[in-house]
Design a protein. Structure first.
Length: 298
């Protein structure tokens, strides 16, 4: 086979390195895409009319997404190592399985954050301060599942920071009339896909006392997901209008809406394998929107 996946890359790595790559979830790139795509939307919308997005900035944010998603997963596993041991899906994670010590994971986290800082320092001063402000969300998010049934909302606020940062990296500051609706759309999107994701673990979560929107919504999940999707689409339309987007953009928003309707309608919240499939399909949502932004600009 000519294909070479991220999981293949991790499997082919030297043995001592493999647990660290798994700790940063390099073998499961869906989360990295979901962190990266809101950055691409923002960078794309900030491009001058008739121009492609800044490819150097897209590359820089891609590296940053890999590093910061990895750092977030490391922090999450450090907080949750005792919980992860009790959940079938997460029991094999390196910290829960004892493949890496807490001290070594802490050192590894320091390395990831240092490299992430190097990426951030390539941006303008406004963006450096804005990017640094997100670190408190990255660190505290894993605690939220112990406190509130809405940890997915905090994840949304964290994961979509790139919707603000991408624009400021290009323009030097945020145009809030565009960035805030785009950020809100991303937060609503995260509530959709991460609620679906949380339904995989709801039985274990009840036993160990972890909270989630999946447990909060229960059988009303599809109605809530429909509401979040509508809010996402309206926010995307507002962001597009506020930066004079054109027909291809709104066509892509319609395609995103169709994808979400199909995703929610066919979702079986009681089948973990279907929840994972629907969760992973959200990369398509992000790519559709980015393509619409690029074509709309051109």
């Amino acid at each position: 086979p000519l294909g070479f996946s991220a999981a293949d890359l991790v499997r082919s790595a030297p043995g001592p390195l493999r647990p660290y790559l798994r700790l940063m979830r390099l073998h499961q790139p869906t989360g990295t895409w979901l962190l990266y795509l809101p950055c691409t939307w923002s960078i794309g919308l900030a491009a001058e009319p008739g121009c492609l997005p800044d490819l150097q900035m897209l590359s820089l944010f891609g590296v940053g997404a890999v590093l910061m998603r990895g750092a977030g997963c490391t922090i999450n596993d450090m907080w949750d190592r005792d919980y992860d041991k009790k959940v079938v899906r997460t029991a094999s994670r390196p910290l829960a399985a004892g493949e890496i010590s807490t001290f070594k994971s802490f050192v590894f986290l320091g390395g990831q954050l240092s490299l992430g800082l190097c990426v951030l320092l390539c941006l303008n001063y406004y963006s450096i301060i804005l990017g640094a402000a997100s670190l408190s969300l990255v660190i505290t998010y894993p605690l939220m599942k112990r406190i509130t049934y809405w940890p997915q909302l905090i994840l949304g606020l964290t994961f979509n920071w790139g919707a603000l940062l991408g624009w400021s990296a290009i323009k030097g500051s945020c145009e809030w009339a565009v960035c805030l609706p785009l950020y809100l759309a991303g937060v609503m999107w995260t509530l959709v896909y991460d609620t679906i994701y949380a339904h995989q673990d709801k039985r274990d979560d009840i036993i160990i006392g972890v909270k989630s929107t999946a447990l909060q919504f229960q059988e009303n999940t599809k109605q809530w997901l429909g509401g979040f999707s509508l809010a996402m689409l309206l926010s995307l339309c507002m962001a597009g209008m506020n930066c004079s987007q054109t027909f291809p953009y709104y066509l892509s928003v319609a395609a995103v809406g169709a994808h979400l309707v199909h995703q929610i309608y066919t979702l079986d919240i009681d089948k973990p394998e279907d929840c994972w499939k629907k969760f992973a399909s959200n990369r398509t949502v992000g790519v559709l929107l980015f393509m619409g932004i690029v074509l709309g600009n051109l």
